[in-house]
Design a protein around this ligand. Sequence first.
Ligand code: DGL
Length: 288
Amino acid sequence: MNQPLPSDPQQTAQNPIGVFDSGLGGLRVLDRLMQTLPDERFVYLGDTLHMPYGEKTQSQVTEYLSACLRWLFERHQVKMMVVACNTAASVAPQLFGLYPGVPFVDPVTPICRWLATAGQYRTVGVMATPATVASNRYQFLLDDLNAPILLSQVGCDNLASLIEEGKGDTPACHALLRQYLRPLQDRGAEAIVLGCTHYPYVMDQVAALSPGADVLDPAVFMALEAKRLLAEYQLVSPQVTGRSMAEVDYFVTAEPDRFYETSRRMPFQALAMKQPTVVSIPALSLPS
Ligand code: DGL
């Protein structure tokens, strides 16, 4: 199983980009990547068997993410890894250095860098899963960048699951959004970061409930970071004649029909949803 990545950049450049999420939230990130990088091939993996990650322990998330990353690298020889899931990226960033020569893109670093350099906001609110908030990853990175930003974070129990079930546009979801946005508004957030892959599906509702605040989707910054890193690592795909748009293979670890039915109703720009294949990914035992 342990196939090393090819060391020849020309050869590696033809390999796909791996996009990982706990569920269907990462499809928004994939859609953005496809618009920015239309000549690339992608492999999407949603760990729907273990979703929601945001309500799991740190060691569970680390174990699931390790196994999924290994599967993407060994089965598909991905040349770049996009960990779309905020929870996984926040709880287990130590896994990003494990594959030499393979650049990683996470949701938190690019937007924090932008917030720090653009200097547009003094008060920023982050909506995220309880596990992402507990990791304090956004605060850690902003501090590391010396960003003079007052950050407020709210852990949104149950919100990602509701959206994963296709219930983003229901009174129950609306009520949760109102409840979770209130503390951010009370602290005067000038911008609200959708710090979970699922929340951009309810971006319009968040914007309507947050007059005067800008609502930011990390996917925008991730796509630009992916483009920059592909060039830096000389991994830009050679253009293939006849390929009209980016190609994707979809995989999930459970419930392929529900995943397909829910996601094909989502409004995407570049992505044309196909039925995903179910894969069984063996757990890895990690050193304690
Ligand atoms: N994909 C996760 C994230 O971005 C949210 C869903 C989950 O809890 O698994 O944080």
